[in-house]
Write a protein that binds this ligand. Structure first.
Ligand code: AMP
Ligand code: MG
Length: 416
């Protein structure tokens, strides 16, 4: 893993966020394996092959409005034209005759255009008197028609392999009459927490212990991504226990995500063990929170060693791990990193050299979007994540923010 580093001027070097992200993504390719699922089961799954439209959608030229189908050539250049209404076309129950000169057919939205007709006049502007309808001037030939294949042409790619199916895709697949699709198999992700002080919920805390929250935030994030989860629990800071856990996890899963134990001081024996088990780089990232992170491979599994602090876990997960998992899941192209400007409703000073991810709350006022800070910003304060609806991303070179400055925010809704 070759990566350059930025010198922050204080003699220590940190890996810039963008370089780390690129280095991670570069080395990954989608897992093999797929299965067929019914349309509903494809929600959140990644298409393993292109979906080709077996016929035109819509299948027939049809009316976009309720109104009258007629021949535009029969319309007078000025004033009203009278037509004889000779029948009705319903959606699913077409008019079987032919529309002749001076004739019109009452037509409902979605009904096939009757033979002979080429134009729809909406009912609101037509004046009906018994079996005649009067149409004002100013109609355009071909108006209010939906053409066969306008949505999808027969033989065309309706959805490309790599597409992650959402509600629109399920509907689109169904609109083609397709009942089953090929999707990539679920990504298997093992998670484990490390630390002698980490206690699982369900028993009282001993002195100096903290409850394990990281496995629960990771459970949430991974479940939303549609991963298959292997929860390996809490592993104490004992080399043999850790080595066994890493070995098991890497044999059972495509990806292993750990939290804790990668900070300087703690990392030494983990480093040794990782060197024995696989190829893992320990990075000092130019990011706050979340400076230390390990990334590499153990056996065939990809390893992410996230820091222990709960907010740092979430920040590093969303900035580095999520896109990596999407790539392994076969998602292509990856969604762009969504960021937009907002006015800062806060002021602060910042050390240069690290990208800082603050937790913010967006608000819309007369001047547009502004963002306030969501509570205490310590990297252990998980409540700030819960109260926030966005990250405020301050770039490496930023040294201060004044109220009213433009800052960039990354909304949580885009983070799956
Ligand atoms: P570490 O990276 O192992 O030095 O942990 C940094 C901080 O995060 C320490 O205060 C840990 O107690 C805390 N921490 C580590 N793992 C977890 C976890 N799974 N849940 C909650 N806090 C944790
Ligand atoms: Mg620890």
């Amino acid at each position: 893993m070759t990566t350059s580093s930025a010198d922050t001027g204080n003699g220590r070097s940190f890996l810039p966020v963008d370089e780390a992200r690129a280095a991670i993504l570069d080395g990954l390719s989608p897992i093999a394996g797929w299965e067929r699922v019914a349309v509903r089961g494809a929600l959140g799954r990644v298409l393993a092959e292109d979906i080709i439209a077996p016929y035109n959608v819509p299948a027939h030229d049809n009316s976009a409005m309720d109104g009258y189908a007629l021949r535009a050539d029969d319309l007078a250049a000025d004033g009203e034209t009278a037509f004889a209404v000779v029948g009705t076309a319903f959606a699913g129950r077409p008019f079987s005759g032919i529309v002749g000169a001076g004739q019109a057919v009452r037509i409902m939205t979605g009904a096939s255009i009757p033979q002979g007709a080429d134009t729809i006049v909406v009912q609101e502007i037509a004046r009906r008197e018994h079996d005649r309808v009067f149409v004002p001037a100013g109609q355009k030939k071909g108006q209010n028609l939906r053409h066969a294949g306008e949505d999808l042409a027969e033989g065309g790619v309706a959805l490309a392999a790599g597409c992650r199916c959402g509600p629109a895709e399920l509907g689109l697949i169904a609109s083609l009459g397709i009942a089953e699709v090929a999707v990539r198999r679920r990504l298997r992700v093992a998670i484990l927490s490390t630390g002698d002080e980490i206690a699982s919920i369900g028993r009282p805390l001993g002195p100096g212990e903290v409850y394990d929250s990281n496995r629960y935030t990771l459970f949430g994030a991974l479940s939303r991504l549609g991963c298959e989860l292997l929860d390996m629990g809490v592993v104490p800071d004992r080399p043999e226990a850790l080595e066994a856990a890493f070995r098991d996890a890497s044999q059972a899963a495509d990806v292993v995500i750990t939290s804790g134990g990668v900070s300087v001081g703690e990392a030494d024996f983990i480093r040794e063990m990782m060197a024995r088990l696989g190829e893992v780089a320990f990075w000092k990232l130019a990011i706050k929170p979340g400076r230390p992170m390990a990334f590499g491979r153990i056996g065939d599994a990809v390893l992410f060693g996230l820091p222990g602090n709960p907010v740092a876990v979430m920040v590093t997960f969303y900035q580095f791990v999520q896109d990596a998992l999407l790539k392994l899941m076969g998602v292509s192209p990856l969604p762009p990193v969504e960021r937009f400007p907002a006015r800062a409703g806060f002021a602060l000073r910042k050390q240069p050299g690290r990208v800082e991810y603050l937790r913010g709350r967006l608000q819309r006022d007369a001047d547009g979007l502004s963002v306030a800070l969501a509570g205490a910003q310590g990297s252990g304060v998980l409540r700030s994540m819960s109260e926030a609806d966005c990250f405020v991303v301050l770039p490496e070179d930023c040294t201060a923010v004044q109220i009213g400055d433009t800052v960039h925010v990354q909304p949580f809704h885009g983070l799956v």
